[in-house]
Write a protein that binds this ligand. Sequence first.
Ligand code: PDD
Length: 284
Amino acid sequence: MDRFAYINGSYKRHNQAEISIDDRGLQFGDAVYEVYSYQNGRVLDDDLHLNRLERSLGALGIKMPITRDSFKTIVARLVKMNNLKTGLVYFQISRGTAPRDHFIPKKKITPNIIITTKSMKIPDNSKMVKPINVISQDDIRWGRVDIKTVMLLPNCMAKTNGREKDCEEIVFVKNGVVTESASSNFFFVDSDNNLITAPTGDILEGITRNTLFDCAKKLGLKVIERKFSIKEARQAKEAFVSSATQIVRPIKKIDDSVIGDGKNYDICSKLYDMYMKIIPKIVE
Ligand code: PDD
């Protein structure tokens, strides 16, 4: 079946959707993106993702190029055209097209908008049957990782390096402190069942991360946003990553250390179930 993409007002076959070679996103990484999950008619946290899209654009001095309702209408149409059952919705908005120049154009240019969907099995993580191993790596990314830009080369390199060591994710460490993972936020559970995660600043403030804070509250668990070392994380009772695509994914090993007893993901699993329980209320 043909797969369609939205590009600057048109719906094109995925392999025929084109962008100018002078797109500033292509040449300078002057673009932001968003990803959220789609599951049988439910868009997970889409309003929160659109809020962050607006924030990311604002940080680069770009206005939302179309209304929120237009974004939602396009997504609904693409979902239909692509017969999407479960998978991802991807948005990418660049500053626009201009002759290559490091100076950001003074004159307003029209942002380039790309929206795609990707069919993907969303793993049912409720049983936590697929824990991952992670390795720690230096966080060599730029200082504004709070903005969701497409400048993901350090993330791609780190993740690829991890996979060579049988690790599906990595944990970034900056000046001795854990920040987050290459495409997810990092959490661990301490001996008092508190959820520990890095404070905002040197991380992307994950939408799933924040929704999990609500889940934790409902489960009577305390969330503590604070700095911690990789050594502390390795001694955790449980550890996991969170993202729009994984929701919650337990970690079996960090570097050479097995987390907890290596098979108990009780809190992780409760968080996942609570997330799935509260999500329809959020999108209603
Ligand atoms: N990544 N941190 C980083 C560096 C990320 O790239 C992501 C998401 C997250 C989690 O954010 P959220 O919960 O809003 O998905 C944290 C997406 C899934 C991606 O790049 O494909």
